[in-house]
Design a protein around this ligand. Structure first.
Ligand code: BGC
Length: 523
């Protein structure tokens, strides 16, 4: 597929939502301002050695102070929707008890500004910044945290329920459990390995209780949750590799999706010794499997799995980028992840496989016949972007690889869910690009950058990249197409090279950034 914005615009169903996504802790900064309480991530990030180069989230993108400027950039981009997260410790500093009026006010202003600019708000209740007090009481290993999230959902519903179009209760419980409670490379930094199961169940229960609270408040917006999904690909036809891929599929995908969509944990998980003492009540499972208005799916990459010890349990480049040596089977699992042969990778070491976007959707469709409408709530890529300065010293970021990544993945998702596609039964409603801004990428600090907009780490100046102009062109082409439905779509100048800022610079443009076309692994 080529990256022409006009070609892709012609494929987009009329009601398809295109948006951008962020999360509070990754962009806001202002951790000690206006009554925000500390989060577990504040403490984890301040612990030397936890974050690449000990980067600090204290300022992040300074979005807390620059929110109107960021909304203006989204307005200029022309996107339909913005997915952001509500910072729990900013709104309810202790994780229970009193709310912080200034915290509430920040999102009030954000939501009003979005609506005034024709951008529909999608709010995530929990994107990993657990209030510190809750973490100190055990975090997600403690069942009480689930009830606290339910209470927080009621607060959010009362404050913003009239205006939020879509709610995501919880973002990627798989990443929280795997990185935060199994491996200890994310907050709260605990390495319980297979004993971390309670953190899985409590997060899913928290989703259920949050959903119940939003329903009780009769919010008019749609409600769902977001799970990450990575198709698991056996490294060979060897039965042991297949079993290993199946185990990873259980541990990373089904463990989080089956309870929500089928009302039960996978049998293989329950049969495994390490989970055998676990028997959730039917009341819990009912809460967890309440009907959703939509299912949020984050797709970044597939995972190639082989039996036995080897490279590690996260892609090699990622382990290195995170400053952790998870290689050599050191994580204690009986299988490991391998690189895909002859495959371009992102700076994180993630394989770029748009065809597996379609596989992810097809597997979801097959496994979950009652799957509600789906939004791809995140997709994007980190690259070491080329930075060029024009004669006047202005920064140009010709990130053609990101353009290609987005064009190919959005295209693959639409094709798979169109009539005759491999996942045609899925009603795909939208795609949110991760991310609006280069931001604080958790343990990778500012080393891994996914933004459509470059953020200068010293001045905080925002510079839209070629991918921003590409998305803007896509949005404009779609609107134009809708306005002249039936008339031929104008010939494409498509692609990032048509960004005016890049076009007038010697050396910039699609053919002029050869370095940007070669994958480089970070770390
Ligand atoms: C998370 C984001 C993260 C992104 C890239 C997702 O797992 O929801 O917070 O920045 O992937 O790693």
């Amino acid at each position: 597929m080529n990256a022409s914005a006009h070609d892709l615009a012609a494929l987009l169903p009329p009601e398809f939502t295109l948006g951008v996504a962020t999360a509070a802790f990754q962009i806001e900064g202002a951790l000690d301002e206006d009554g925000r309480g500390p989060s577990g991530w504040d403490v984890f990030a301040a612990t030397p050695g936890s974050i690449v180069n000990d980067h600090s989230p204290a300022i992040a993108c300074d979005h807390y102070h620059r929110m109107p400027e960021d909304v203006a950039l989204m307005k200029e981009l022309g996107i339909d929707s913005y997915r952001f997260s509500l910072s729990w410790p900013r709104i309810q500093p202790g994780g229970s008890g009193p709310v912080n009026p200034k915290g509430l006010d920040f999102y009030d202003r954000l939501i009003d500004l979005l609506l005034a600019n024709g951008i529909s708000p999608m709010a995530t209740l929990y994107h990993w910044d657990t209030p510190l007090e809750l973490d100190e009481a055990g975090g997600w290993m403690n069942r009480d945290t689930a009830y606290r999230l339910g209470e927080f959902a009621a607060i959010a519903a009362a404050a913003y329920g009239d205006r939020v179009a879509r709610w995501v209760t919880i973002n990627e419980p798989a990443t929280v459990s795997a990185n935060g409670y199994m491996l200890g490379v994310h907050s709260p930094g605990e390495a319980h390995m297979l004993k971390a199961l309670p953190s899985v169940h409590h997060q899913l229960l928290g989703h259920g209780l949050a959903m119940q609270a939003l329903r009780a408040a009769k919010v008019p917006g749609e409600i769902g949750l977001t799970n990450v999904y990575s198709p698991m690909v056996p490294a060979s036809g060897n039965p042991l590799d297949k079993v290993s891929a199946g185990l990873m599929d259980m541990a990373q995908n089904r463990l989080y999706a089956d309870p929500v969509l089928l009302g039960k944990y996978p049998d293989a998980i329950r049969a495994a010794t390490f989970f055998s003492s676990f028997s959730p009540s039917s009341e819990d499972m009912e809460l967890i499997s309440q009907p959703l208005d939509f299912y949020g799916l984050n797709y970044y990459m597939p995972t190639r799995v082989a039996a036995g010890p080897g490279e590690g349990t996260v892609p090699k480049g990622m382990a290195e980028a995170m400053g952790n040596d998870l290689n050599g089977g050191g994580s204690g699992t009986p299988f490991h992840i391998q690189s895909f042969p002859d495959t371009e990778i992102t700076a994180y070491g993630w394989p770029i496989k748009p065809d597996y976007m379609a596989v992810a959707l097809a597997e979801m469709a097959e496994r979950y016949p009652e799957l509600p409408p789906v939004y791809i709530t995140e997709g994007g890529a980190s690259f070491e972007d080329l930075e060029i300065h024009d004669a006047d010293g202005r920064l140009i970021v010709p990130d053609e690889r990101r353009v290609r990544y987005l064009a190919e993945h959005i295209g693959a998702a639409i094709e798979a869910t169109s009539p005759g596609g491999t996942a045609e039964s899925i009603e795909l409603r939208g795609y949110y690009v991760w991310s609006l801004l280069d931001n604080f990428e958790w343990s990778a600090g500012y080393k891994q950058q996914f933004g459509l907009i470059h953020v200068d780490r010293d001045t905080m100046a925002r510079t839209p990249k070629a991918s921003y102009y590409w998305l803007r062109e896509l949005m404009a082409a779609r609107k134009q197409g809708a306005a002249v439905a039936g008339a031929p779509v104008p010939a494409a100048g498509g692609g990032a090279e048509s960004a005016p800022e890049a076009a007038d610079v010697e050396g910039a443009g699609s053919g002029a950034a050869p370095d940007a076309a070669a994958g480089t692994a970070a770390g």
